[in-house]
Design a protein around this ligand. Structure first.
Ligand code: FES
Ligand SMILES: [Fe+2]
Length: 366
């Protein structure tokens, strides 16, 4: 089989187009997801709809058009009007003529859940094979959630996923803030499986009676903890990081546990750029230790822009190197890179599946 690069962009999967709050009623927004342009908006009735951003007439972006009082979308160039399913219903230059059957744009499947709008940029017929991963903490009032981003990153999104599955880069990349070499030396356990049609993989790091680095004492109070730290790619769209800390012997005691859930959304614009959001969630009533006037979520979020800028720099530099042909280059995988290997395999399998679709029953019979 011909070698393919894992640094492509997968289309047959659900991606985060934005937070629900980014889609007020009747505001047209243009997006590019996996190299396909989409216009997305919330109708008067409150449903989010999406279709091809290119007008079927002369490719003018429909996101630059306007919504009419009857809910149709009017293209700003020659005025073709489309209903919310993408069917052309009026052509100003042909007021009485029939509407050509090709005058339509392709709708894209959309799901709204957990405070996020999800879009399927691939084959709509495949969109029932997988569901967007559930993210219960996002949008739950018992949790305070703070969003960092959206940030446009000039790299393939798999490089971000690999970064998120890997804490061994905290030193030296994040030296001076979350840099912590001791973290990197905790043994990892791999977990993988399939949920709602999405293959996932990740690592679990468990320690007992562990001395926390100063920034974690600042966020979560305890100096010595039992700790469970997990990093999971839930699908090509999201990576979830969770840290649970409790005084020794108290893990599982909801009154004592402190920590965070970080949901990273990574939506490819194309194979070389993506949009990154970080949703930081902590129990809403938890205050930080470092600044008792700030909640834990606010305190974590205050450190994030600097950390994200350091990661962004690394991703941009790696992307430059990914662009060169391998020509004998051999990548080294270290023990803690185990989840990165699995994520690459998931990407390669999904990309191969798209490049060589399963044979139709007729072709199979021949
Ligand atoms: S390009 Fe849209 S109406 Fe002509
Ligand atoms: Fe990082």
């Amino acid at each position: 089989m011909e070698a393919i690069s894992p640094y492509g962009s997968i289309r047959n999967t659900w991606y985060v187009a934005g937070l629900s709050a980014e889609f007020p009623k009747e505001k047209l927004t243009g997006h590019v997801v996996a190299s396909r342009p989409f216009v997305i908006w919330r109708t008067k009735d409150g449903n989010v709809v999406a279709y091809d951003d290119r007008c079927s007439h002369k490719r003018f972006p429909l996101s630059k058009g306007k919504l009419m009082p009857d809910g149709t979308l009017e293209c700003a160039y020659h005025g073709l009007r489309y209903d919310s399913s993408g069917r052309c219903v009026a052509i100003p230059s042909h007021p009485s003529g029939p509407i050509p059957p090709m005058a339509k744009v392709r709708p894209a499947p959309v799901v709204e859940q957990d405070g996020l709008v999800w879009l399927w940029p691939g084959d709509p017929a495949r969109s029932t094979d997988r569901k967007p991963p559930r993210l219960p903490e996002v949008g739950d009032d018992a949790w305070e959630s703070i969003v960092v981003g959206p940030m446009e990153v000039p790299s393939n999104y798999l490089l971000l996923i690999e970064n998120l599955l890997d804490i061994t880069h905290f030193y030296p990349l994040h030296d001076g803030n979350i840099g912590d070499i001791a973290n990197s030396r905790i043994p990892v356990e791999l977990e993988e499986g399939v949920t709602d049609g999405n293959k996932f993989c990740g690592t679990v790091r468990k320690v007992e009676s562990y001395e926390q680095p100063p920034y974690l004492v600042d966020w979560f109070h305890y100096k010595i903890v039992d700790r469970i730290h997990t990093h999971f790619m839930l699908s090509p769209a999201v990576t979830r990081v969770q840290m649970r800390n409790a005084p020794p012997g108290q893990m599982g005691n909801a009154e004592k546990e402190r920590g965070y859930v970080l949901v990273h959304t990574h939506t490819p614009i194309d194979a070389r750029k993506h949009v990154w959001r970080v949703i930081i969630s902590c129990p809403a009533h938890h205050m930080s230790y470092g600044d008792p006037t700030m909640t834990a979520a606010q305190r974590v979020a205050s450190m994030f822009p600097k950390v994200a800028a350091e990661d962004r720099w690394a991703l941009e530099e790696q992307q430059r190197m990914v662009e060169y042909p391998d020509e004998g280059y051999q990548e080294v995988f270290l023990k803690p890179d185990i989840a990165i290997r699995r994520a690459r395999k998931i990407f390669l399998d999904l990309l191969r599946e798209e490049q060589s679709p399963a044979p139709t029953s007729q072709a199979a019979a021949e």
